[in-house]
Structures are given as structure tokens and as C-alpha cells.
Ligand binder design. Structure first.
Ligand SMILES: [Zn+2]
Length: 391
């Protein structure tokens, strides 16, 4: 298959160049009838003997790059890159760039293609150097910046990623502020790991300035406030999440309850959870609410509450908790306890392998929250699952 394609390309390219040469009597051309056949058949011979490198040498020698044959070079270079023969693609594109007859537009296109070759071969530093030459180019600038963003994301160089994406957004007129906010959050995480909470807070402020709906920034701010012993601050950071994106509410409960506990205000925690549960439902809110009720009023009241909720909002995790509460209540009856233990085991098996998080873009399932989807690389697309079995 690959040999056939190469034959077709070379025949087409040579025929085109030869025809163009004959057609234009004013322009000097290397394709005179004495020159063409020997090299042409030599090239074909290499192709047929599956020696593509030698065929390329002939091909490059044979076709002087001009406006008629440039597209053929691009087509051949792309063909090699798509097939993973990157070294050959690089030689073709470097050969193109070296030609003085190339127009400026063709030269920048060849540079861009060369950058893609380096990306494909994993030599990110060379790809970066090539794409950086193109960032101000009217035709290739946006595409080159998109590639640079990809490189900086792979290298986790978030400062450069912010610069490149900001410039790309300006050039293309698109809005990238939510992704830029995620980059600031990455910087905040790094600063926090280095125990530089002032710098972390600056990065969080930058994230929220770019995207006021950035849930990750609120969660980070709350974690830092909790470490600093500021429970009131924790609560105000976390209560913002409801307005930012209620899909992430299940992520705030553990921190929020710790903050309320530090303040000795469990009644307020119950009230907040109850309001959130009435407005949005959600298994996580229900489980935390039942736990609070159990601490305040005991097993019987919390089991009654859970049973009531499961009638209208059934969930596997809710049922599991109801069984556990009944295990406590059925302490006197050995037979009832044994049967409840069987039921508890069954519910665990039913939700054991269910995903807790899922990407809304590509369907990637996860056990932990990823801010960038490991599957499709989208940002903020992995969200908590809240259905009958998961959550
Ligand atoms: Zn995804």
C-alpha cells in the first residue's frame, strides 16, 4: 500500500513538473527530455525495490522546487508523517525551507509542517523553537500558538502556557479564560507544595480574575484557609461553589464540615446541607446529612430520615448506609443482623466498581477528580457522578 502511494505521488509530481517545464519556454527548467527519463526510472526502480530513502533522494534532485511542485512536496511530507516515518518527513520539509525560491507563505507553511514533524517524533524542544518563529505570522500564528500550548501543557510549564494561550485567544478571538484559570490553579498547587501560601493565594486570585466560576480555585483557597486555621474563611470560599457550578457540590462537604466542627456550629452545617440537598439532591449531601443527624439525634431518627429520602431519590450508596444504620439498631437479633450483613455485602459489590467521576466530553471514568481529563485532555470536563449506582 505504501509503495503504491509513493509511486502515484512520484509519477504525479514528476509528470507535473515536466509538463510545467515544457509549457513554460521562458523559464529555465532542469526537466529536459535527456535528464528526465534516466532519473525518473531510477527513482521508480528504488520505489519498486522498496528503497524509499533512495527514491526520495532522486525525487528531491529531480524536482526543482517552484510554485508548481511545492504542493507535491507538502503532500509527500504529510504522507510520511502520517505513517510515522518522521525522519523522511523532516528531510522533505527541511529541503523545502532551504529553497530560496519559496514564497514567504510557503516558507512559513513548511516551517509549521516541520514543527509538526518534531512534535510527532517527540522532540519538543525543536518543535517549540520552530513554532516560536511563527507566533506573529498572520496565516500560521494561531495554529503555531495552539501547538505551543500543547507543548507547554506536556512540559507542565504553566507560565509559558498562560502566555501562549492568552496570545492565541487574542489572535483567534476565542475565549480561553476558563483554561487559563486552570493554569493559574496549577501554579497555585505548585506554590502550595513549596509551602508558599502567599504566592498560592496570588495564583488563586489570578484564576478567579480570569474565570469567576473556577471551582478549583475556591477549593484550593478553602484548603489553604483550613491549614492556616481560618474556618470562617473556609466556609465563605466553599459556599461560592454553589454559584460557580453546583455539579461540584459533593467536593466541598468534607472540608465544609471540618470548618463548621472547628467553629462548634454543627447546627449551621446541618442547615446548610439541608438547603443544598433540597435544591440539588445528590447522594453525597444525603449521606453527610444523615451522618450529622445520627450524631445529633441517634441511629433511629437518621435511619428513618434515610428511608424516607430513598423512597423519592433511590441510590445504592444511600441503601448501603440505611443497612448499616439498621445493623446498629438490630443488635439484639442475631438472625436479623446476619441477613443485613448479607445485604450490606451485596450493595458494596453493586457499587464497588462504579465510577465516582466521569468526563462529560469523552466518557472517561475515574476514581479520583482530574481537572484535566486523562482521556481527551479537556479541562473541567471530569465531574462527580450522581446517579442511582454511583455518587
Ligand atoms: Zn475526557
Amino acid at each position: 500500500m505504501e509503495t503504491e502511494l509513493l509511486v502515484v505521488l512520484i509519477i504525479a509530481a514528476v509528470a507535473l513538473a515536466w509538463w510545467a517545464g515544457r509549457r513554460s519556454a521562458r523559464r529555465p527548467t532542469p526537466f529536459n527530455q535527456d535528464f528526465l527519463p534516466a532519473h525518473y526510472f531510477q527513482g521508480l526502480n528504488y520505489v519498486l525495490n522498496e528503497q524509499p530513502d533512495k527514491a526520495i533522494e532522486v525525487f528531491i534532485k529531480l524536482i526543482e522546487v517552484d510554485n508548481e511542485t511545492v504542493e507535491t512536496h507538502f503532500a509527500l511530507g504529510n504522507l510520511f508523517r502520517r505513517r510515522g516515518e518522521v525522519e523522511r518527513a523532516i528531510r522533505i520539509h527541511q529541503n523545502l525551507i532551504a529553497r530560496p525560491t519559496l514564497s514567504m507563505a510557503q516558507r512559513t507553511q513548511a516551517l509549521y509542517e516541520l514543527g509538526l514533524d518534531y512534535m510527532r517524533s517527540g522532540i519538543l524542544s525543536r518543535a517549540e523553537a520552530v513554532f516560536q518563529q511563527l507566533t506573529d505570522d498572520a496565516a500560521q500564528g494561531t495554529a503555531a500558538l495552539r501547538q505551543l500550548v500543547d507543548i507547554y501543557q506536556q512540559e507542565r510549564d504553566w507560565t509559558k502556557a498562560i502566555d501562549a494561550l492568552t496570545k492565541q485567544a487574542e489572535l483567534s478571538g476565542t475565549k480561553q479564560s476558563a483554561v487559563i484559570a486552570q493554569y493559574h490553579c496549577e501554579l497555585a498547587e505548585l506554590a502550595r507544595a513549596e509551602r508558599d501560601s502567599k504566592r498560592a493565594q496570588e495564583c488563586i486570585a489570578a484564576a478567579l480574575a480570569n474565570d469567576p466560576k473556577c471551582v478549583r480555585a475556591s477549593l484550593l483557597a478553602a484548603e489553604i484557609a483550613l491549614q492556616a486555621g481560618q474556618p470562617k474563611q473556609v466556609i465563605s470560599e466553599l459556599q461560592r461553589v454553589e454559584q460557580q457550578d453546583p455539579d461540584y457540590l459533593s467536593e466541598i462537604f468534607v472540608l465544609l464540615l471540618q470548618a463548621y466542627e472547628q467553629l462548634g456550629r454543627s447546627e449551621q452545617a446541618t442547615e446548610y446541607l439541608r438547603n443544598v440537598y433540597v435544591r440539588y439532591g445528590g447522594v453525597a449531601a444525603l449521606l453527610h446529612l444523615t451522618d450529622l443527624l445520627r450524631k445529633q439525634k441517634g441511629d433511629a431518627v437518621s435511619a428513618e430520615f434515610m428511608a424516607e429520602q430513598l423512597r423519592t431519590r433511590p441510590s445504592m450508596r444511600g441503601m448501603h448506609r440505611l443497612i448499616e444504620l439498621n445493623l446498629n439498631l438490630a443488635s439484639g437479633s442475631e438472625q436479623a443482623r446476619n441477613q443485613l450483613l448479607v445485604l450490606r455485602e451485596l450493595t458494596v459489590q453493586l457499587f464497588h466498581n462504579k465510577p465516582i467521576y466521569k468526563c462529560r466530553q469523552c466518557g472517561f471514568n475515574a476514581k479520583a477528580l482530574h481537572w484535566q481529563c486523562p482521556g481527551c485532555k479537556s479541562w473541567s470536563s471530569v465531574k462527580p457522578v450522581d446517579d442511582l449506582e454511583g455518587g
